[in-house]
Design a protein around this ligand. Structure first.
Ligand SMILES: [Zn+2]
Length: 442
């Protein structure tokens, strides 16, 4: 080992200086003062919520503190990354203890219940290991297998909704695999500051969500997305499409003063939808252009409020009803897909499927849990045409979970999402750019 002087230890590591706010600089290096501030700013925004358990908070804070010292020692980023994977397990343990409030109930193979004092996870883990056949009793009276490991804690957290989302499931699995790799390293590895910061960012989002706090603009557990009331209008020739906030349409003296369309022109059709569309932030659901009232084509939930008429009528309706913006959550939605001899239909939401006439019910039906309709479609398409996707439960190959496969009435009875008391089919409305609702698959 080379013994460095204090002065040499104070020298910035040139590998860290190569990482700039613009990315990895090719032949460009930051000045040490600038790099010191930059690397601290990178992790300064990953805050844990005040309600997170003290032990988890302190472990996470250690990681943030150490991050700045990667300026002098590049290998610190690898240590932070690997250590953060262990902090995820600590967070789950702390959350488990906090949830149970000092006592955890188990049931043995004879049906007898056992209350185990659980002030610390270490004590509880000993009891769990000594009684491997006991099942953990949940609040609702259900019992699940629980072995106390990271995998067992993840299953428990998902059952309680403390972890959710299909894409997040894959990320948690990847983190768990990395954690096992970090705990039992097979070969030397080196993590760069960008990768280490992303791990810390994901870790902060997961921990905050465990304690019920969403991350505004987050990647894994974002705060609910704001939806505006949007007018989507197109000419019947299918050559022009316009989108705008209904609010502006309703309050404008002449709603189409700046528009190419004549407001009363019957060749123009408009619908009003509640959707993720925030032009002031440059955000628009990429699927809105293809809006279809009966099939899910938008990336985030979009609800039809008023169906096609002229722009004048749309403006009048918006002015009279003044619908307000709202918020939506998109993780773990239920989609229904139908497959018959004609092909595979694009996903529907349960309330639309519940209102279908009998003529539209034959064939095989699939209920799928997914964050986005594309994920549900590709899961079922792969399930039908290839191998690898799961016919039951969470899919290990993609971001979806098969809830039920069967005939229409079987699938509708199995999904828990309640349909409206008297489901009504939305207007058969779609823009000229809508996807084909059914495709042959081979
Ligand atoms: Zn799949």
């Amino acid at each position: 080992m080379i013994i460095k002087t204090l002065e040499e230890l104070r020298q910035a590591d040139t590998r860290t200086l190569s990482f700039t706010p613009m990315g990895l600089g090719s032949g460009v290096r930051m000045h040490p003062e600038g790099a010191a501030e930059f690397q601290q700013q990178v992790v300064a925004r990953f805050d844990l919520a005040p309600q997170v358990a003290e032990g988890t908070r302190r472990s996470f804070e250690d990681l943030r503190t150490a991050f700045a010292h990667g300026l002098f020692c590049y290998e610190i980023f690898t240590l932070i990354n690997d250590r953060s994977l262990l902090v995820l397990e600590q967070a789950l343990r702390d959350r488990f203890i906090a949830h149970h409030g000092g006592s955890v109930r188990f049931v043995d193979e004879h049906g007898a219940q056992h209350a185990v004092a659980a002030d610390s996870y270490a004590e509880l883990y000993d009891v769990v290991r000594q009684n491997p056949r006991r099942l953990l009793l949940l609040d609702g009276g259900q019992a699940i297998a629980f072995n106390g490991t990271l995998g067992g804690l993840r299953t428990w957290a998902r059952r309680l909704g403390l972890l959710r989302g299909q894409r997040n499931r894959a990320i948690e699995q990847a983190i768990s695999s990395l954690r096992n790799g970090a705990a039992h390293p097979g070969e030397h590895h080196l993590i760069n500051p960008v990768e280490a910061a992303l791990t810390l960012s994901d870790l902060a989002e997961i921990i905050n969500h465990l304690w019920g706090v969403a991350t505004p603009g987050g990647r894994l557990y974002p705060a609910p997305l704001r939806r505006n009331v949007v007018v989507v209008a197109w000419n019947t020739a299918g050559t022009q499409l316009q989108m705008g906030l209904a609010d502006e349409l309703a309050t404008a003296a002449d709603p189409t003063a700046d528009a190419a369309a004549d407001p009363a022109d019957p060749a123009w059709r408009a619908v009003i939808v509640q959707a993720v569309f925030r032009p002031e932030e440059g955000i628009a659901d990429p699927g809105l252009r293809a809006f279809d009232a009966r099939h899910e084509v938008t990336q985030y939930p979009a609800d039809l409020l008023w169906w096609p008429g002229s722009l004048t009528d749309a403006a009048a309706w918006a002015a009279e009803h003044r619908p307000e913006p709202d918020e939506c959550d998109y993780l773990d939605r239920t989609f229904l897909l139908r497959h018959d001899s004609a092909g595979l239909y694009w996903p529907m939401r349960p309330s639309v499927a519940a209102a279908l006439p009998h003529a539209d019910r034959p064939g095989h039906w699939y209920a799928v849990k997914a964050d986005h309709p594309n994920d549900a479609y590709h899961h079922i398409r792969t399930l039908i045409t290839a191998t690898g996707c799961a016919r039951r439960g969470p899919c290990r190959q993609c971001h979806a979970e098969t809830l039920r496969i069967g005939r229409y009435h079987q699938v509708m009875a199995a999904i828990s999402t309640p349909a409206p008391p008297t489901p009504s089919l939305p207007s058969d409305t779609a823009t000229p750019w809508a996807h084909p609702r059914i495709r042959m698959i081979t």
